[in-house]
Design a protein around this ligand. Structure first.
Ligand code: UT7
Length: 313
């Protein structure tokens, strides 16, 4: 028995915010943003809530299947509609499922890999056949649009996968971890803290950058080692889409060549927990992945948290 991703879906809001638009909002330039990050534009919600984005992605991943078949819904998000009910419960209501276990996971940009790990673990030990795992974010609501060091980076969107128990293994291994001592380098305060509203993303980008590269490389190497897979066997590396310089540095250190890296951050920026499932969906729809191909997912985010997953399509 194994757990397999049987279908994927993603949803991006229509509104495009380009680097040129940002030039009119803060002291920045398209040239700086493109050279330092690789990002050219990002999508911004025009009123869709995080659960709306998540639901659209989930419906696409269901591909017409009966939503009642879903036994478990896990949403990774740092920007939920509400403290409670969870975004997963809201998605459940919107797809009119009446019975699934539903909850959210908070692990910032690593959230999707954490959610995949939790769903995979529950499915292996419990009577659960199908699970929706979703990454969904509306970071535009926690941006300080006057802070050029952060507002140029993030965007809104959602991606989803449908997991199913199958005879053959799909998900082959994980490596996950966290180091909370880095918490102050990248965070968004909330009501439990003594910080004053409004609650925006705060980041020491330069320091995050260095730890991100090292940690993603170490995590990816561990998951390959544990699974007995060589980097050259990987058909596609799907990294968290934060910065093209981070992605290229990680791939180079892993010995993965340029044509095996999936990048879409030029169009969407950093969509946090949504970035990997959106990229996975696009990679499959663009024909960059075929049945049997090995895919390496690697993420890093606030916490710090990190996670890697190796899977067979
Ligand atoms: O999602 C997971 C976690 N997040 C990340 O992985 C993000 C990690 N960090 C990064 O991607 C990069 O550190 C940034 C893209 C955020 C910044 O790039 P950098 O090459 O590390 O630039 P820097 O912060 O060292 O800033 C260089 C200069 C500074 O000016 P001075 O001090 O050299 O005069 C900044 O003030 O660039 C300036 N700067 C800008 N200039 C134009 C910072 N932001 C901007 C901007 N436009 N938007």
């Amino acid at each position: 028995m194994g757990i397999k991703i049987v279908s994927t879906g993603s949803f991006l809001p229509d509104r495009v915010l380009t680097n040129f638009d940002l030039e009119k909002m803060v002291e920045t330039s398209d040239e700086w943003i493109t050279a330092r990050t690789g990002i050219r534009e990002r999508r911004i919600s025009e009123g869709e809530t995080t659960s709306d984005l998540a639901t659209e992605a989930a419906v696409r991943a269901l591909e017409g299947r009966d939503p009642q078949e879903v036994d478990l819904i896990v949403v990774a998000t740092a920007t939920p509609d509400a403290f409670f009910p969870s975004t997963a419960c809201k998605v459940q209501a919107k797809i009119e499922n009446k019975r699934a276990i539903a909850f959210d996971i908070s692990a910032a940009c690593t959230g999707f890999i954490y959610a995949l790990y939790v769903a995979d673990s529950i499915m292996r030990t419990k009577e659960i056949d199908k699970a929706l795992v979703i990454g969904a974010e509306r970071f535009s609501k926690i941006m300080n649009w006057k802070d050029r060091t952060t507002c140029i980076l993030f965007g809104d969107g959602a991606g989803a996968v449908l997991l199913k128990k199958e005879d053959n293994e799909g998900i082959l291994g994980f490596d996950l971890g966290a180091d909370g001592s880095y918490g102050d380098l990248l965070y968004v305060p909330s009501v439990g803290s003594n910080e004053e509203y409004p609650f925006y993303v705060r980041m020491k980008g330069n320091e995050v950058f260095k730890v991100a590269v090292r940690t993603m490389v170490e995590s990816a190497k561990r998951v390959l080692d544990k699974s007995g897979i060589l980097a050259e066997e990987v058909k596609l590396l799907i990294p968290h889409q934060a910065n093209v310089r981070i992605i290229n540095a990680v791939a180079e250190r892993l010995g993965i060549s340029e044509e095996k890296i999936f990048i879409n951050l030029d169009r969407y920026g950093n969509t946090s927990a949504a970035s990997i499932p959106i990229a996975l969906d696009e990679a499959i729809k663009e024909g960059r992945l075929k049945k049997g191909d090995l895919v390496l997912l690697v993420a890093f985010g606030g916490g710090f948290t990190w996670g890697s997953c190796i899977l067979r399509i």
